[in-house]
Design a protein around this ligand. Structure first.
Ligand SMILES: Nc1nc2c(ncn2[C@@H]2O[C@H](COP(=O)(O)OP(=O)(O)OP(=O)(O)O)[C@@H](O)[C@H]2O)c(=O)[nH]1
Ligand SMILES: [Mg+2]
Length: 475
């Protein structure tokens, strides 16, 4: 006996042109290859977006063109006298070659093969008779259906009338903003889809579980990327043998520049990998104009915002006599210091005092035949670690809050980000046990004992993953 595979549940995203259907599909499926534009009629053909888990497709969302002649279509449906369950297929068969219904035939084709309905409307505009006709059609079709109010602007005066109309045509009504929705809202939407059709509940629960597992896995991988970045940056060295004494100064400068360049590219590579993990493959996320991330790692502004100013650092260095004695004093003095600036003031004040752009110093390693060897790095500085961490966490927060459907609008801020990013040092707010974990990792990086290193890494990996799991998601 041949066992037929169960059909893959499908939801078609329907609505008027330009209401955000494609944006919703893009955000929901985290696919930034979906075409979105401000011109109505961008989508002209249905396109299926499968959700796969471990390589197996378990649900699909289909993007469709907008309704063009809803009132004429409604009138066809109202006159239909055949069996209700054949209504959509009969409409498609009868009007396949009718240019008037070209878009309607296309957009209803997923419904013809059994798809559930997600109807999207821009709740920031008033309801029109065409919208009512579209909703009437969907009511007559009698498939599991959910109405989504996607407010394209802050205008919400019309929301009550949309809610009312939706309530009488759909099994469920929810708000979902295709430009602002993050992971949590996507889960919510999936949960709601599960409630409108009993038969789908089990599948949707699997989808939701897979989404959660996948998210947690991404956070684990992100933690690894960040910790590898820190290890690479803190242990990186560049060396050179200078043979021509007259080039000593310029060669040293060049070496420092090389080291700085290397570190910046390590950071960029790590960010690129984080971005890909969260499936922002085609469009780069837009960072707020004022974001400290648009500054280079070694820009003194970066260090000022996320760490210490030179003056603060000088004070730190001057105040600290014993290893930890002055930490409290500085904290009380109200500086918004990165966590490790305090503790690291001790270990790293010396070189960090020189300022971000001079963090790398050249060490002469010894004379060789016909010249001498010089080396830049490793820069084992706890403040440096704190800056790398803060920037990576800031970048991560932007990435997870950037909806895939958000492309063609100039919004300066990803949601969930404090408007005053300047006060944002994540590390500054970490509790003692978290700090300790990172400090153990920090010292283990210098250790020659691989086991010690491994243990410290494992522990900090877990800590960082927990931190990522608890970072704020937008709205
Ligand atoms: N500000 C804002 N703009 C949105 C939102 N959703 C969609 N848009 C914008 O509305 C326009 C149309 O979005 P699409 O997702 O292409 O709309 P569509 O319904 O697929 O349009 P057609 O394919 O033409 O039927 C684009 O400029 C989007 O950026 C939203 O939630 N907020
Ligand atoms: Mg579209």
């Amino acid at each position: 006996m041949i066992i037929e595979p169960a059909p893959i549940p499908e939801f078609a995203v329907l609505g008027h042109p330009n209401e955000g259907k494609s944006s919703l599909v893009s955000t929901l499926t985290e696919d930034d290859s979906v075409k979105i534009s401000s011109y109505p009629g961008e989508t002209t053909e249905c396109r299926i977006f499968p959700v796969t888990i471990d390589g197996i497709e378990i649900i699909r969302f289909t993007d469709t063109p907008g309704f063009q002649v809803p009132r004429q279509t409604l009138s066809w449906f109202e006159k239909y006298t055949g069996p209700q369950e054949n209504m959509v297929q009969d409409f498609i068969i009868e009007n396949r070659d009718n240019p008037t219904f070209k878009d309607e035939v296309e957009l209803l084709s997923p419904i013809g093969r059994g798809a559930g309905i997600i109807y999207v409307a821009n709740g920031s505009r008033p309801l029109r008779s065409n919208d009512r006709a579209e909703m009437e059609i969907l009511s007559l079709i009698k498939r599991p259906r959910i109405g989504i109010i996607n407010n394209k602007t802050d205008e919400n005066r019309f929301n009550p009338e949309w809610e009312q109309a939706f309530a009488s045509h759909f099994d469920k009504v929810i708000y979902f903003n295709a430009h602002l929705a993050s992971y949590r809202e996507r889960l919510f939407l999936l949960e709601q889809l599960g409630t409108i059709d009993q038969r789908l509940q089990e599948t949707l629960s699997r989808v939701i579980k897979a989404f959660k597992d996948d998210w947690s896995h991404r956070n684990a991988l992100t933690s690894e990327i960040i910790l590898n970045l820190i290890e690479t940056c803190l242990t990186h060295t560049v060396k050179k043998t200078i043979r021509d004494a007259s080039r000593k100064t310029s060669d040293k400068k060049q070496l420092i520049e090389q080291w700085n360049k290397d570190i910046s590219s390590f950071e960029k590579d790590a960010y690129q990998r984080i971005r890909s993990l969260f499936k922002h493959n085609i469009f780069n996320i837009m960072l707020p104009g004022h974001s400290i991330l648009s500054k280079e790692l070694f820009d003194s502004e970066t260090w000022k915002v996320l760490g210490l100013t030179k003056v603060q650092l000088a004070t730190t260095a001057a105040t600290i006599g014993g290893a930890t004695a002055a930490i409290l004093d500085i904290a009380v003095a109200g500086h918004s210091l990165g966590l490790f600036a305090l503790l690291g003031g001790v270990a790293g004040a010396g070189s960090a005092l020189l300022g971000a752009n001079q963090i790398a110093r050249v060490k002469v390693m010894g004379k060789t035949l016909g010249g001498f060897k010089v080396k830049v790095g490793p820069h084992h500085n706890v403040l440096f670690m704190s800056i790398l961490l803060d920037r990576a966490l800031l970048f991560y927060t932007h990435v997870i809050n950037w909806a895939h459907g958000k492309r063609d609008t100039e919004t300066s801020m990803a949601p969930g980000i404090s408007p005053d990013e300047k006060s944002m040092s994540y590390t500054a707010h970490w509790p003692q046990d978290v700090r300790n974990d990172f400090l153990t990792f920090f010292s283990a990086l210098k250790s020659k004992d691989p086991e010690k290193k491994e243990t410290a890494k494992k522990s900090v990996l877990k800590t960082l993953k927990n931190i990522l799991n608890s970072l704020p998601l937008g709205s």
